[in-house]
Design a protein around this ligand. Structure first.
Ligand code: TXA
Ligand code: MG
Length: 330
């Protein structure tokens, strides 16, 4: 065990000049690394190398029909993945890149079919993280980088959590600190004249000017949102905001070993039998802490994790989307 963790920590590299050089060498050699972004850590590899992309799918045990996001250093690199940039894509990129927005655009033939799961479109984003940017600027190709978790598991938001998911399978993990957004990017189809949100995420509908009512009418979803997702190794239950005590009483009566992630003001109301996994102040704070809370609940060995709901507005939409999927009620 100690040997294993010593080996694991040897692959955790500080994102200094040496760490970056090692990362770029590994990526250019077709290997996989853990890469920090502002949203979550990515499992990054050369997006144009079919063997490397196949290795990403294999490491994650990801269904072959779930396409990957291609990451670019900046907007000027868009012609590497598409020949058709709509006015909508242009304006969304100008407003939100670098940042937690992924645009689905018509793919150029240069993007291997495996990367886009055989679709005619490709998902692309410019992350807002100095380590990701430095890596992307220096390596040969754009990087395919799904979240660095096994399929169905919570995304990792620290370098150590990436090692916890993948141990020895990666060349290395660059440590860029904890992710500041904490949930994944918003995926938007930008091929038409108005944005169609395919996955809620770090850029809010309010920022995009897309209302929730329009959302209710949209049947289109990203392929990845078909699967049960983001789930830790314990059951998750959503406690309606301000009614944590009702769910707590239920868990106490059932004799379940449970943990709780609640608003800071409600932590004092929990009985001593409850394990407080974490507390939050608002929806952006919960977004940052959600996945680490899931992992902490696993470490604490609770059977059930109660998470207090936040309002369905701003990044709260993405938080509630992930919570419902983790709870199996999406
Ligand atoms: O924040 C993020 O987006 C992170 C970081 C690492 O950049 N990456 C990430 O990748 O969340 P992944 O693979 O875990 O999720 C990608 C999502 C999936 O739901 C996938 O189905 C969708 O994007 N997607 C990819 N290509 C698509 C396409 N051509 N059309 C529609 N959806 C697509
Ligand atoms: Mg993912």
């Amino acid at each position: 065990m100690e040997q294993a963790s010593a080996a694991a920590s040897a692959r955790l590299l500080r994102a200094d000049a040496d760490g970056l050089a090692a990362a770029v060498a590994a990526l250019d050699a077709g290997r996989l690394i853990g890469l920090p972004t502002e949203t979550v850590y990515g499992l990054a590899g050369d997006a144009f190398a079919t063997d490397t992309v196949a290795a990403i799918f294999a490491a994650k045990a990801r269904p072959a029909d779930n396409p990957l996001i291609v990451h670019l250093a900046d907007e000027e690199e868009l012609p590497r993945v598409t020949e058709q940039v709509t006015p909508l894509a242009r304006s969304l990129a100008a407003a939100h890149w670098p940042g937690p927005l992924t645009l689905v655009v018509t793919a150029a033939a240069s993007v291997p079919a495996i990367t886009r799961a055989g679709l005619s479109s490709v998902a692309v984003r410019v992350p807002d993280h100095p380590v990701a940017t430095a890596g992307l600027q220096r390596c040969r190709s754009p990087l395919a980088a799904p979240s660095a978790n096994r399929s169905g598991r919570p995304s990792p938001t620290t370098a150590r959590d990436v090692l916890g998911e993948f141990g020895s399978e990666l060349a290395l993990v660059l440590d860029g600190g904890p992710c500041v957004v904490g949930v994944e990017s918003t995926v938007v189809d930008a091929r038409g004249s108005r944005p169609v949100v395919l996955r809620e995420g770090g850029v809010t509908r309010e920022q995009l000017g897309v209302s929730g009512e329009e959302a209710a009418g949209e049947l289109q979803r990203s392929p990845g949102t078909r699967y049960r997702h983001y789930a830790p190794g314990c059951r998750v239950r959503i406690a309606p905001a301000g009614q944590v005590d009702v769910e707590v009483a239920r868990a106490v009566t059932a004799g379940v070993h449970f943990g709780a992630v609640v608003h800071r003001d409600h932590a004092d109301h929990l009985p001593p039998t409850a394990t407080v996994i974490d507390t939050f102040t608002d929806a952006p704070d919960l977004a940052r802490r959600l996945y680490t809370g899931f992992r902490e609940a696993e470490r604490a060995g609770v059977e059930l994790l109660l998470v207090e709901a936040v309002a369905e507005e701003g990044v709260g939409r993405a938080v509630m989307d992930r919570l419902r999927r983790a709870a199996g009620v999406a």
